[in-house]
Design a protein around this ligand. Structure first.
Ligand SMILES: Cc1cc2nc3c(=O)[nH]c(=O)nc-3n(C[C@H](O)[C@H](O)[C@H](O)COP(=O)(O)OP(=O)(O)OC[C@H]3O[C@@H](n4cnc5c(N)ncnc54)[C@H](O)[C@@H]3O)c2cc1C
Length: 373
């Protein structure tokens, strides 16, 4: 990858590209990789670093989503479990199996989660990651030596995938480039050009290194700007009705001593009915996440005080060692591009499936979905 070369390709191209993609996250780079591998001429423009948006701020799980199973969204779970298997096959250096333990404190939890997680594994078919098992109290403590013991009855272990989101993204960028795509970072798209009939036929961007204006003609422009996709749509149509309801999620990072045995904790129901994970991550422990509707996405979203309190409080319920604000080493925040439904107050109930929308201007927007899918 050489940015100077990419830039000169953009400046010297006289023909319209088959497609110009706005946004270098999982969605945009996924589209670029797929299209370039099929022989299309592709240009992708990213306003900051590749993966600067949501795609480097995820929980880093390649998963079917146990919660979507509970919500009865079987097709999404099956699709994601298949992609999980393909990802491990295609990128074994970045995707690995991880044991998750659901600690049980009530009598009904072992049969309930035991059966649910069996079904989860069965839905993966030949892409399965290893069977789930009901654990005794002693076996649970072996895997989670730091868990609260008071009232602990046992646990259920199941296997899911963990990946390095930012690195996978960079590997996908490099592979798309290898397949002939041009991908340029630090090049925000600022406007669209139109043909005689008013259809979008190209983009205007700025090279942030030199300040130079860039123009690129396109047979189709694909808006893959994630949580910023409505702002990009407004460049073409200022009164466009919003497609997404942005919602942010935070993760707190602690030192590795909170999960010394290498297994992750999965809490299937927090006090506000969501799922929370504590996961070993590069020698540290990562805990999250939240789901807080916000007005507008920003490139450097900040955690809310109540989100930090909520994560600390939930972790404190399960961990024996007291966990306080002073233990927090870092925090990172991502914004979900959730596709709108009527009621946007409860964002954890909004669809995690992706949506493709074509505006009257011909601008094609792809948004929503998960890293895994
Ligand atoms: C807290 C959290 C945890 C998650 N955990 C998981 C998980 O464990 N597993 C999973 O599968 N999924 C997870 N997800 C979902 C997943 O991360 C997202 O679905 C995915 O990263 C979205 O990718 P994207 O490319 O659509 O958006 P983004 O990654 O945000 O990419 C959009 C890009 O567009 C760029 N852009 C915006 N405007 C312009 C412009 N005008 N010109 C040029 N570029 C522009 C932005 O800079 C950005 O890089 C999680 C999401 C969140 C928020």
């Amino acid at each position: 990858m050489n940015r100077g070369e990419m830039l000169s390709r953009v400046l010297s191209e006289r023909e319209p590209w088959d497609m110009v993609i706005v946004g270098g996250g999982a969605t945009g780079v996924g589209v670029a990789l797929d299209a370039a591998a099929r022989g299309y001429d592709v240009l992708l423009l990213e306003q900051a670093d590749f993966g600067k948006g949501t795609s480097s701020r995820s929980t880093k799980l390649v998963h079917g989503g146990v919660r979507y199973l509970e919500q009865g969204n079987i097709s999404l779970v099956m699709e994601a479990l298949k992609e999980r298997g393909l990802l491990r096959q295609n990128a074994p250096h970045l995707v690995s199996d991880l044991a998750f333990v659901v600690p049980n404190y009530e009598w009904w939890e072992a049969p309930f989660y035991g059966v649910g997680l069996k079904v989860y594994n069965l839905l993966a078919g030949r892409y399965g990651f290893g069977g789930s098992e009901i654990l005794s109290r002693e076996e649970t403590l072996e895997r989670l030596p730091t868990i609260k013991t008071e009232g602990l009855r046992g646990g259920v272990v199941y296997y899911d995938g963990q990946f390095d989101d930012a690195r996978l993204l960079i590997n996908m960028v490099a592979t798309a480039a290898e397949q002939g795509a041009a991908l340029l970072n630090y090049a925000p798209v600022t406007a669209f050009t139109r043909d005689a009939e008013g259809f979008v036929d190209g983009v205007v961007a700025r090279d942030l290194e030199s300040g130079q204006e860039l123009r690129a003609g396109a047979k189709v422009v694909i808006n893959a700007a994630g949580p910023f996709c409505d702002a990009v749509r407004r460049l073409a149509q200022p009164d466009a009705t919003p497609l997404i309801a942005p919602s942010q999620g935070i993760h707190l990072v602690f030192d590795g001593s909170f999960l010394p045995a290498g297994a992750a904790i999965m809490v299937p129901h927090t006090s506000d009915g969501r799922v929370m994970f504590a996961i070993p991550w590069h020698g540290h422990t990562m805990v999250g996440t939240t789901d807080t509707p916000i007005e507008e996405a920003s490139l450097e979203p900040l955690p809310l005080e109540e989100e930090i309190e909520f994560v600390l409080e939930t972790a404190g319920r399960y961990l024996r060692k007291p966990i306080t604000r002073a233990d927090v080493l870092s925090v990172f925040v991502g914004v979900r591009p959730l596709v709108r439904s009527g009621d946007t107050r409860n964002s954890s109930a909004l669809s995690r499936d992706h949506t493709i929308h074509i505006d009257a201007s011909g601008l094609l927007t792809i948004t929503g979905g998960k890293w895994t899918t």
